[in-house]
Design a protein around this ligand. Structure first.
Ligand code: FAD
Ligand code: DHB
Length: 395
């Protein structure tokens, strides 16, 4: 077997890259470790930046998004029982779109089916070899048989736990990481959202958030300890926490049946390079953000937009895009990292700090920060500019 681009991972990064290559007639194969059902079943992120929406539209991949995406003009920031609207349209003339990653993956996969793309599910023991040379190979097992896929380039779109990054020899890559002493417990509930725009709330008990998936389905999150078990969170306890953390006078949070619940740990993580020879990393394989700024999925899309352009330029005889891919992707990513960390630090409570006075100091300065941000046009504009999304680099 041989192809031009061997894409490892059928998450948003791998599936989207496949489409960008398909539309330019570049041969590719996508190798995915999990089953199709598993890939389709993952819930995860929900907010698309304008740049992501535009990219999907430019490539004719927005039919479902146009039907089901919900345009939002801003977010609410909440603390100490007060709720403030941050209006992105007024501040920066842009909007964001709530559209679940699950719906995006489903649509991208359906379009690959329609095109007859080569997507291999349940590819076991995937291993890129020889990427430092001129003709890499990806070895994998399918239905018990060992397969070899020769290619020009390997793209590691295989997420944080993927194999590609781990094949880079010691000394070839450094990682920069921060873990947070909290996690997010997320639920999906069959109940119309109780809010028009997303609510991000700091409460003494911890962070709380109200998002949505449609006009019938709500998505909500509460900060929990990272090592807590979901079994300790009954539906009643979750709604109780949400009522407390999201509650403000004159507003009601409507409860409904919970259809999914899980806990996600939070970390910040960036590699020193997204390239090793003829292998390029994209999306979560190269960087992770805590979810507070809604940036994980958008960063994956920004990476593959840049990488696809670079691969097309290479085929036209210009290698400069590939040579600069890592630096450009990481330059954008570090800006996204600081924003995600800033949002996370502003909105989460450090219950683990043992000293009560130090804990109270931290909480009160967060309230001061939120008072400043919601009272300053300049600060709100900065938040809006970053939340709505920094420009995609494609030049
Ligand atoms: P992934 O979606 O992780 O896709 C990688 C793919 O590679 C997977 O299909 C995986 O099965 C496959 N793979 C892994 N190893 C191998 C291998 N060895 N061989 C072959 N295939 C392999 N972001 C937000 O903005 N908001 C959120 O609320 C949010 N919630 C999240 C919750 C969870 C539990 C997780 C894990 C992430 C969440 N994120 C969230 C982040 C966001 O979902 C990711 O940034 C996004 O999925 C990145 O896409 P990706 O394609 O790079 O990686
Ligand atoms: C959602 C997730 C996020 O991380 C976020 O910041 C906003 C919304 C969501 O799943 O809807």
């Amino acid at each position: 077997q041989s192809t031009s681009v061997a894409i490892i991972g059928a998450g948003p990064a791998g599936l989207m890259l496949g489409h960008l290559l398909a539309q330019a007639d570049v041969p590719f194969v996508i190798l995915e470790a999990q089953t199709r059902e598993h890939v389709l079943g993952r819930i995860r992120a929900g907010v698309l930046e304008q740049g992501s929406v535009d990219l999907l539209a430019e490539h004719g991949l927005d039919a479902d998004l146009r039907e089901r995406g919900l345009t939002h003009h801003g977010i609410y920031l909440q603390y100490e029982g007060q709720r403030h609207h941050v209006d992105f349209v007024d501040l920066v003339g842009r909007t964001v779109t709530v559209y679940g990653q699950q719906a995006l993956v489903k649509h991208l996969l359906a379009e690959h089916d329609r095109l007859g793309s080569h997507v291999v599910f349940e590819a076991e023991d995937v291993e890129p070899v020889g990427v430092a040379g001129s003709r890499p190979t990806v070895i994998y097992t399918k239905d018990g048989a060992t397969e070899e896929l020769e290619c020009d380039f390997v793209v590691g779109a295989d997420g944080y736990h993927g194999v590609c990054r781990r094949t880079i020899p010691d000394g070839g890559i450094e990682v920069f990481e921060r873990t947070y002493p909290f996690g997010w417990l997320g639920i999906l509930a069959d109940v119309p959202p109780s809010t028009d725009d997303l609510i991000y709330a700091l409460h003494r008990d911890g962070f709380g958030m109200h998002s949505m998936r449609s006009l019938e389905v709500s998505r909500l999150y509460v900060q929990v300890d990272p090592d807590e078990s979901i079994d300790d969170w009954s539906d009643a306890r979750i709604w109780d926490a949400l009522q407390t953390r999201l509650g403000v006078d004159g507003w009601e949070l409507t409860e409904g049946p919970i259809t999914e619940k899980s806990i996600t740990p939070m970390r910040s993580f960036v590699v020193s390079t997204m390239q090793h020879g003829r292998m390029f990393l994209a999306g979560d394989a190269g960087h992770i953000v805590p979810p507070t700024g809604a940036k994980g999925l958008n960063s994956a899309i920004a990476d593959v937009a840049l990488l696809a352009r670079a691969i097309l330029d290479h085929r036209a005889g210009d290698d400069s895009g590939l040579a600069r891919y890592s630096d450009r992707a990481l330059a954008r990513q570090w800006k996204v990292q600081q924003f995600s960390q800033w949002m996370t630090d502003m909105l989460h409570v450090h219950h683990e700090v043992p000293d009560a006075s130090a804990r109270a100091f931290r909480y009160r300065s967060q309230v001061g920060q939120l008072e400043y941000v919601t009272g300053s046009h300049a600060a709100m504009q900065s938040l809006a500019e970053q939340y709505a999304g920094l420009p995609f680099t494609t030049e």
